[in-house]
Design a protein around this ligand. Structure first.
Ligand code: SAH
Length: 370
């Protein structure tokens, strides 16, 4: 039996040993299984063990950049509730709430409409025990009751507003590589000298390959996002029974694009996705075109995708920032920097997209027309 170099206790070691064991037993692991282990292994996964979000941690997200992001989404949620006819009860669901900052900002701005808060129950869908604790602390003074569930499936029936910022990007990703005229599942194997390495696995069924990819040549790589489709399925089932609207904000192209977008971020640096699994965030571009098509096929009404910049501008980001700067002149430069990060094409303004999915016969959602 070979020994791994270090016998010290550390999370990276636990994940690597488990992965090596699984590869020895079952053969090369498809990427979704590798990602799930690295991110959500309950004892040592990247999300399971710590809070990776914020300036001093691994990565930063829009709600952590500016409170205005969440405030505008709060007003968007209130408007959506009104569009649904202001039902007596509504579940306000957030998928992957991170540090709880977005929900806290949403609830602050929703205080402007007390009847919405009277109707709302907040349900947070979170897989990480560590982040659930952070969310609990962030929302101790919440004006409405908060519950946690592990999956969207566990959210009770009824009218719903569902919000998700940077949730889809960390759902398990499948990659397919074209080799000798056929599409192979891209898998992870392990080699004593090289460590974890990519390898080709089973041939995928033709029906799993999008039409746009059929003309690609040998060596091409495409990405399939089974987790996104599962999420859309759950939303479509729900919205066929009860009115609802869902908002997804994430990064990725609005048209089909082949290519490898899997990236690992550790302490704000890009690193090799196979290096020390469990110690870096793994994400990949969301394919908004595929998301849109899947939603339309399931009879959802779709708005967008539009860029984050278009969406936030249509909701009044500039005016709100100007107002804050007028009230707090010493914060003027900081606010300008935040505005730039959220909306500039060189930052999050264009790569990030926004899409809304609604049950049928609701008015158009706010934010999708400049
Ligand atoms: N929305 C937050 C956090 C983004 S990080 C923000 O904008 O700051 C991704 C979040 O999704 C984390 O809270 C992570 O634990 C959660 N998450 C990822 N995959 C999940 C899954 N399958 N089920 C539930 N939560 C998940």
């Amino acid at each position: 039996m070979s020994q791994t170099p270090s016998d010290e206790f550390n999370p990276a070691d636990i994940i690597s040993k488990r992965l090596i064991q699984r590869i020895r037993t079952d053969g090369p692991l498809p990427l979704p299984a590798f990602m799930m282990e690295a991110l959500f292994n309950p004892t040592a996964g990247f999300y399971a063990t710590k809070d990776p979000i914020g300036a001093g941690s691994d990565f930063i997200t829009s709600p952590e950049i500016s409170q205005v992001f969440g405030e505008l989404i709060g007003l968007w949620a209130v408007q959506s509730w009104m569009d649904m006819g202001a039902p007596d009860k509504v579940v306000l669901v957030e998928l992957g709430p991170g540090r709880g900052t977005l929900m806290s900002d949403i609830l602050r701005s929703a205080r402007l409409v007390p009847s919405f808060l009277d109707a709302a129950e907040v349900i947070l869908v979170e897989a990480s025990a560590a982040l659930k604790m952070v969310q609990g602390q962030m929302l101790t003074n919440s004006p409405v009751a908060i519950r946690w569930v592990k999956s969207l499936q566990d959210v009770k029936p009824g009218p719903a507003i569902i919000l998700a910022n940077e949730f889809l990007d960390c759902l398990p990703l499948r990659q397919a590589v074209r080799h000798q005229g056929r599409w192979h599942d891209r898998c992870v194997s392990h080699d004593e000298t090289e460590g974890f390495v990519f390898t080709l696995g089973a041939v995928l069924e033709d029906r799993d390959i999008p039409d746009e990819a059929r003309s690609l040549e040998d060596g091409a790589l495409i990405e399939l996002r089974p987790g996104d489709i599962q999420t859309i399925d759950l939303i479509a089932d729900r919205f066929a029974q009860h009115p609802g609207r869902a908002l997804f904000i994430d990064y990725g192209p609005d048209q089909f694009e082949p290519g490898d977008t899997l990236q690992a971020i550790r302490a704000h640096e890009k690193v090799d996705p196979l290096d020390r699994p469990g110690t870096a965030d793994l994400t990949a571009h969301v394919q908004f075109d595929a998301l849109r098509k899947a939603a339309v096929e399931r009879s959802l009404d779709v708005a967008g995708p539009v860029t984050q910049s278009t969406f936030l501008t249509a909701l009044g980001l500039e005016q709100r920032m100007a107002r804050l700067a007028a009230d707090n002149p010493d914060q003027k430069e900081k606010l300008a920097r935040q505005f730039h990060r959220l909306t500039d094409p060189s930052e999050m303004g264009e790569l990030f997209k926004v899409i809304a999915l609604s049950s049928q016969n609701l008015p158009d959602p706010a934010g999708f027309h400049p």
